[in-house]
Design a protein around this ligand. Structure first.
Ligand code: BV8
Length: 227
């Protein structure tokens, strides 16, 4: 069977040149916000208003951002490649979809979705959300962003594992290799026979696990790799 499946893992670095902040770079979000306060279920239980303010601001930023040349190049690849191209993104923005990519899994959730912490119902998020907003399904005032926080189980893991195991090529773009399970995908893909490539500004924590690494901004590296 030909291994013509490409799995692409993207992180905050691919959206950096669209004006959306990364997390762990010198001016990243985690230098300005306490991760435990805004990106854990315990933080949400302590201060839901603070968590909603954090994600409302990011949702507003996302609404005014536009996909960049790296997102565009991946959409072109999906259109032109004869096999399957699966984008697994850790990003909660929708810039891949707005660039035209269709086969996208958001393993850490999406800014554009709301989740009821009481009954698990999901619905499209308004630009501004508050914990007291009633769930359209059960009426509970337990509205949270549909985001996978630290200590929660990422989405789509079974499908991601199945696709990694038959991939011929695994590419990581704009991610620090800091957060698991995503940081372990390169080893999993390599173990099952994929070639592995990293496209990133700085060496990631997992850079030595890749067959090949290229350094630079995503808007230059990704179009050059795709063409
Ligand atoms: C889980 C909320 C169990 C969303 C986020 C040891 C081993 C294994 C696991 C753990 C472990 N210790 C702790 C854990 C668990 C923990 C974890 O990994 N912690 C770390 C910190 C050690 N993980 C979890 O809790 C996860 N859940 O493990 O469940 C399980 C798992 C599987 C199956 C069953 C059970 C849940 C993780 C959820 C995390 N959610 N935040 C949000 O608000 O957005 S994490 C946060 O970091 C972001 O969401 C993002 O998705 C993620 C990764 O960050 P990056 O995207 O990589 O961004 P970063 O800023 O770090 O890096 C940017 C990179 O881009 C840099 O390298 C830079 O050089 C580059 N760059 C910058 N500009 C450019 C560029 N590159 C190119 N061009 C540019 N212009």
């Amino acid at each position: 069977m030909p291994r013509d499946t490409i799995v692409i893992l993207t992180g905050a670095g691919i959206s950096a040149e669209s004006g959306l902040g990364t997390f762990r770079d010198v001016d990243g979000l985690w230098t300005r916000y306490d991760l435990n306060a805004v990106a854990t279920p315990e933080g949400f239980a302590r201060n839901p208003a603070l968590v909603h303010a954090f994600y409302n601001a990011r949702r507003a930023n996302c609404a005014t951002a536009a996909p960049n040349a790296a997102h565009d190049a991946l959409a072109r690849l999906e259109r032109d490649w004869p096999g399957e191209v699966l984008i697994v993104t850790q990003n909660v923005d929708d810039l891949h979809e707005r660039a035209g990519s269709r086969n996208v899994l958001h393993m850490h959730g999406e800014l554009s979705r709301a989740l009821c912490a009481a009954c698990g119902h999901r619905w499209p998020a308004p630009l501004e959300m508050h914990a007291a907003d009633p769930c359209p399904a059960c009426g509970a005032a337990a509205t949270r962003p549909d985001i996978v926080w630290f200590g929660e189980i990422p989405y789509h893991m079974a499908e991601i594992d199945r696709t990694l195991d038959r991939a011929g090529l695994f590419v990581a773009i704009g991610t620090s290799g800091n957060v698991y399970p995503a940081a372990g995908f390169v080893r999993e893909a390599a173990l099952f026979g994929a070639r592995t490539l990293e496209l990133n500004l700085d060496p990631s924590d997992t850079a030595t696990d890749f067959d090949e690494t290229r350094r630079g901004p995503a808007t230059e590296l990704v179009p050059a790799w795709v063409s």
